[in-house]
Design a protein around this ligand. Structure first.
Ligand SMILES: C[S@@+](CC[C@H](N)C(=O)[O-])C[C@H]1O[C@@H](n2cnc3c(N)ncnc32)[C@H](O)[C@@H]1O
Length: 252
């Protein structure tokens, strides 16, 4: 995987390119609620919070949240745009979080796990900051349980290049269970459609997905040309939905 430095790329367009509709956000919050304890408030960590797409919504639904985010630029946008009295953002990473031991009821990692450089260290650090029976909500892709977004097939090597960004599911599970965690659940969540196919194409042009950084200029050009042709044939059709994996791990 070509490593993405969010301080030099993506940050300027991320919030627009990856914006969630109210219904999409609510779908995720309901999926998280289904695997979290019923009591409120719950103390949360949004690890790899990015521009804070989820952080205030987590605070509204569950209780106070700390967004952990290493990129200065992503954090600045989160601090400016994703405010809530029960949200704060810290400059740190999954490997080293400046929060007390056993202080959080849950941690969310939404498409940030594959960016973590020292994963064994992050497994231990996540165990340290969560309370016993605390849960890690890992919204990750896995090379062998990879979603099939409708637009990906138009890019040369599309599916293979995207799947290669991620570990196989058993490897992730083994990293956690060999360190004393247990699997509390594995399933998929299907977001409501983002809008029309033309809406989605407009977002994809912003290239706020690590996938695009893995392709050559020729592959990108060919892929966008094919995608534009396909969308032009039916631009107002709803963008098809697809199922996204959610792995829930429990700190024993
Ligand atoms: C694809 S973005 C996801 C952001 C947010 N969770 C969302 O869904 O919009 C990945 C984020 O992970 C962050 N990141 C990179 N390395 C990290 C690490 N070691 N620990 C925590 N976050 C990291 C990046 O800076 C980036 O903001």
């Amino acid at each position: 995987m070509r490593r993405i430095d969010y301080d030099t790329e993506q940050h300027q367009d991320y919030a627009r390119g990856r914006a969630l509709t109210e219904r999409q956000q609510q779908t995720w919050i309901s999926a998280f609620a289904a695997v979290l304890p019923e009591g409120r408030p719950l103390v949360g960590l949004d690890v790899g919070a990015g521009t804070g797409r989820f952080t205030p919504a987590l605070a509204r639904a569950f209780g106070p949240v700390t967004g952990v985010e290493p990129s200065v630029r992503m954090r600045e946008i989160a601090q400016a745009q994703s405010r809530h009295p029960d949200v704060r953002y810290l400059a740190s990473s999954a490997e080293d979080m400046p929060v007390p031991s056993a202080s959080a009821d849950y941690a969310l990692m939404f498409l940030s796990w594959h960016h973590v450089q020292d994963k064994p260290l992050a497994v231990r650090e996540l165990a340290r900051v969560l309370r016993p029976a605390g849960r890690l909500l890992l919204r990750a892709n896995f090379s062998d349980h990879h979603p099939r977004p409708w637009w990906l097939e138009h890019f040369p090597r599309g599916f293979a290049a995207d799947a290669a960004l991620f570990q196989p599911l058993h490897e992730v599970i083994e990293m956690f269970t060999s360190d004393g965690w247990r699997v509390a659940g594995f399933g998929t969540v299907t977001e409501p459609s983002v809008g029309t196919r033309a809406d989605m194409l407009q977002r994809l042009r912003l290239r706020t997905l690590s996938f695009f950084a893995q392709l050559s200029p020729d592959e990108l050009e060919a892929g966008f040309r094919r995608l534009e042709e396909a969308v032009a044939a039916n631009p107002d059709a709803p963008a098809p939905v697809f199922a996204e994996p959610l792995l829930t791990l429990e700190r024993c």
